[in-house]
Design a protein around this ligand. Structure first.
Ligand code: UDP
Ligand code: MG
Length: 326
């Protein structure tokens, strides 16, 4: 086997017209250097996945695809979310790439980690995680909530690589395994560690977003975290059962207590204790039902087996077919 392998870099984009110029510039430079260093083939590609953007993102991707040989794109028919866009990109490129790197469009993840990932791959790693060694550029709120989330996931028994997001390299084989996980409620950073194989980590400093603003408002962040928890763990259901037992125990103790009071002749007026128990129990029941509902909802969306993304146009495949003919 020759040392040359085909690398594809998948970049999900949602309304990223402000950053695309710069991202294209930096990524093409990295790929060109890798080609010159004799590590990757000349057919290596940067694949922008337009996740149903409302601005000029697709026009730019189309334009760059014509201008640069290394650039291509995939257009989704509507917005499927970050995870769906990543999956669509990986699905398109893994057919004929030896390794796939996924990276955000906003240049927050240091592109200089890419050559290091490539080296780890050449050393035999099939999954290379990009791990940030600082989060200084994230807001205190984002940092705090993220930390809490990862701690909680650990508590629930979900294995995640701390401080790694969706910046990683995967071999063709790892991609194929990843794609064989058929779930709809995607939480990729939970699935990737389940893929197995030899893995490595590459450290980098996370930077400010190059331009534009975060496409992850609080609403999307909460949904993402909920997906992470309820797609990977049934511990919440067990916690509720524990809570139920605990409350039953307390009510038995209260019963005994009130009997003793009765025997001793201390008549209790009873109103407050009644009210409190009605409200407390009602609350617990509502929470319990809602958590169970969350899982039932997951089952509902899984059994429908709907497509996880729909591609409208695939310049990547058009280009590679063209190149393979030559
Ligand atoms: N993104 C996407 N679809 C969405 C939301 C975001 O493809 O519905 C992309 C976005 O263009 C970016 C990446 O996902 O390349 C990460 O988003 P962002 O940088 O806004 O998230 P943050 O870094 O603030 O967590
Ligand atoms: Mg970002």
């Amino acid at each position: 086997m020759s040392d040359l392998f085909k690398l594809s870099i998948v970049v999900p984009c949602y309304n990223e017209e402000e950053v695309l110029h710069e991202t294209t510039k930096e990524l093409t430079k990295i790929v060109d250097d890798l080609v010159k260093a004799g590590k990757v083939t000349e057919t290596s590609k940067i694949v922008f996945v337009d996740d149903g953007s409302k601005d000029k993102t697709w026009q730019l991707i189309d334009e760059f695809s014509q201008k640069y040989q290394t650039v291509s794109g995939v257009k989704l028919s509507r917005n499927f979310g970050h995870q769906g866009a990543l999956l669509a990109g990986v699905t398109s490129v893994s057919k004929d790439s030896d390794a796939v790197i996924t990276i955000d469009a906003d240049l927050q993840d240091d592109v200089n980690a890419i050559p290091k990932m490539v080296d780890e791959y050449l050393n035999g790693a099939e999954v290379v995680y990009g791990v940030r060694n600082n989060r200084d550029t994230d807001t205190a709120f984002k940092r705090g909530t993220a930390e809490m989330f990862y701690k909680f996931m650990g508590f629930l028994g979900v294995k995640l690589v701390p401080d790694s997001a969706d910046y990683r390299l995967m071999s063709k084989r790892a991609c194929e395994v990843l794609l064989s996980y058929r779930e709809r409620n995607l939480f990729l950073r939970g699935i990737v560690p389940l893929v197995g194989f030899k893995s490595a980590k590459v450290y980098y400093a996370r930077k400010e977003r190059f331009a534009g603003e975060s496409k992850y408002p609080l609403r999307k962040m909460i949904k993402f975290a909920m997906d992470g928890i309820t797609s990977f763990s049934i511990v919440p259901i067990k916690l509720i059962m524990g809570l139920g037992f605990f409350i039953v125990l307390i009510s038995i103790l209260l019963l005994i207590y009130s009997f003793v009071q009765k025997i001793n002749g201390n008549v209790v007026s009873g109103w407050s204790s009644l009210m409190i128990s009605i409200w407390a129990l009602g609350g617990v029941q509502l929470i319990s039902i809602s958590v169970i509902g969350e899982y039932v909802g997951k089952i509902f969306s899984e059994v429908k087996q709907r497509p996880r993304f729909t591609i409208e146009r695939d310049i990547y495949t058009e280009k590679t077919q063209e190149e393979n003919k030559r």
